[in-house]
Design a protein around this ligand. Structure first.
Ligand SMILES: [Zn+2]
Length: 318
């Protein structure tokens, strides 16, 4: 491909002429496309000025159900690298887009294909046949795919991206490696602050709308006692809501978290019957205008949760 040759030759020229004094290769940047904006933010931090990054989905869209629009196919046709969460998070929309884009570099197994879930210690891997679960409407059949909500998994995702970038552009490998080290250090120091803020609320029980939060829950030591959805991807039934009200009463739960793309009526109805609060949280970068980066994602969620816990009468269970 013409473009690929251009990158290689640009890389060689840069190496030979001691790139430090040269301006960024604005026309020869690697084009990275990700599914969710969280991956885009991480990829931009690792790729730095060697890449252009774009996410197909917005942070306020449900990543399980994105419209496979023709404009997205166009972005994939031009991409040098494609990064997805994997498992079955994007199973409903990514396979048809990749098929239609006919870009072998970014197709499964291609030089520019990144499955961000590689190396992640998955939670909630079912021991039931995947096809059987999917037939029931479940959309987490390979394990819970919302692993980017543990900031420590951000490091693994970044490592996967760095490794692939280094293969595509070996002359920039040490640059990507440095960016990875910087990102990891920044994440560790930000994480220390988040952990300190949430520590007084260790083991506090909450409810969530969708099962997006097990990695977040485990890392920040919260306890999610139930979900408004009957199953991942299955809206609540009246009977299920009655059960939830009982759980809230028994466990004295004060907070129900919900992502912006879900209908908040069932959660609000439950909350109003038991005096709980419905707290909108960010499942992804871009979910709210304040959440501009992977770091903001955790800062925002920790801050709204701490505020909600402080305002509720419910004492954490130690
Ligand atoms: Zn899900």
């Amino acid at each position: 491909m013409k473009c690929a040759k251009k990158y290689i030759s640009a890389g060689v020229i840069l190496t030979l002429s001691l790139a430090l004094s040269l301006p960024a290769r604005s026309n020869d940047k690697l084009k990275l496309v990700t599914t969710i904006p969280d991956l885009a933010d991480i990829a931009a931090r690792i790729g730095g000025d060697r890449v252009e990054v774009e996410a197909l989905a917005k942070g306020y869209q449900d990543p399980h159900f994105v419209d496979a629009k023709p404009s997205l196919i166009l972005k994939l046709k031009r991409a040098d690298m494609f990064i997805q969460v994997g498992l079955d998070l994007e199973i409903g929309w990514v396979p048809p887009l990749l098929e239609a884009a006919r870009n072998k570099n970014i197709f499964y197994g291609g030089t520019g294909y990144v499955n961000a879930s590689e190396g992640i210690e998955l939670l909630e891997v079912p021991n039931v046949d995947a096809a059987q679960l999917r037939a029931q409407g479940d959309i987490h059949v390979w394990g819970n795919p919302h692993f980017w909500l543990d900031p420590m998994n951000g490091k693994i995702i970044a490592g996967n991206i760095s490794a692939k970038l280094s293969k595509i552009s070996p002359s920039d490998a040490s640059y990507f490696q440095n960016n990875l080290a910087t990102f990891t250090a920044q994440l560790d120091s930000a994480n220390a602050v988040w952990m300190q803020k949430i520590a007084p609320f260790k083991n506090t029980e909450i409810l969530a709308y969708h099962n997006s939060w097990p990695y977040f829950e485990e890392h920040f030591q919260l306890r999610i006692a139930g979900f408004i959805e009957a199953k991942p991807g299955i809206p609540p039934t009246p009977g299920h809501l009655v059960d939830l009200i009982q759980i809230i009463k028994n466990k004295k739960i004060g907070v129900i978290i919900i992502s912006p793309y879900f209908d908040d009526k069932p959660a609000k109805s439950v909350a109003s019957q038991v005096g709980a609060k419905v707290i909108p949280v960010a499942p992804s970068v871009g979910a709210f205008k304040e959440v501009k980066s992977y770091f903001d994602l955790f800062s925002y969620n920790i801050d709204v949760l701490v505020k909600a816990f402080e305002e509720t009468e419910v004492a954490p269970i130690h």
